[in-house]
Design a protein around this ligand. Sequence first.
Ligand code: 5GP
Ligand code: ZN
Length: 134
Amino acid sequence: MTAAPVTAAAPTTAPDCLFCRIVAGEIPATVVRRGRRTLAFRDGAPQAPTHVLVVPTTHQPDAARMAVADPALLAEVIADAVAVAEQEGLAPSGYRLLTNTGRDAGQTVFHLHMHVLGGEPLGGMTGGPIKAAG
Ligand code: 5GP
Ligand code: ZN
C-alpha cells in the first residue's frame, strides 16, 4: 500500500481542531510557555509527573506535513520543547520529547504536538497498550 502524498498545503487553522481551539483560547488549558509561533500547555491526562504539549500556533496535522510545509517551525517546536523541559527542571535527570504520527503510533489529536515527558524514569520507548482516544 502506498502512503498518501505529503503536500505543502498549510492551513492556518482547522475547523473543529482541539488544539487550534486551545491556541485561540476557546478551550481552557494550563499554559506554561508562549513562544514566538508555539504554545506549551499541560497535557489533560498526564502520563508522567511532568507532561507538557508544545504545539505550533498554526495548524499542521503531523510532523510529516510540518516537515514539508514549514521545517523551520518544526525546529522551533523542538527548541521550545527543550526550553519547557529546562524551565520545568527536567534537564538534570533527563526527559523525553516525542511526537506520534498516525494510527500505529496512537496519534489521537491531528494537530502536530511535541510531548515533553519527565520527572521519573520513563521506561522503554515502545510497548504497552495504545491509550484510548479522547
Ligand atoms: P497523541 O495521542 O495525539 O500523541 O496526544 C494527544 C494528547 O492530547 C494526549 O496525551 C491527551 O491526553 C491530550 N489531550 C487530549 N485532549 C486534551 C485537552 O482537551 N486538553 C489538554 N490539555 N490535553 C488534551
Ligand atoms: Zn489545529
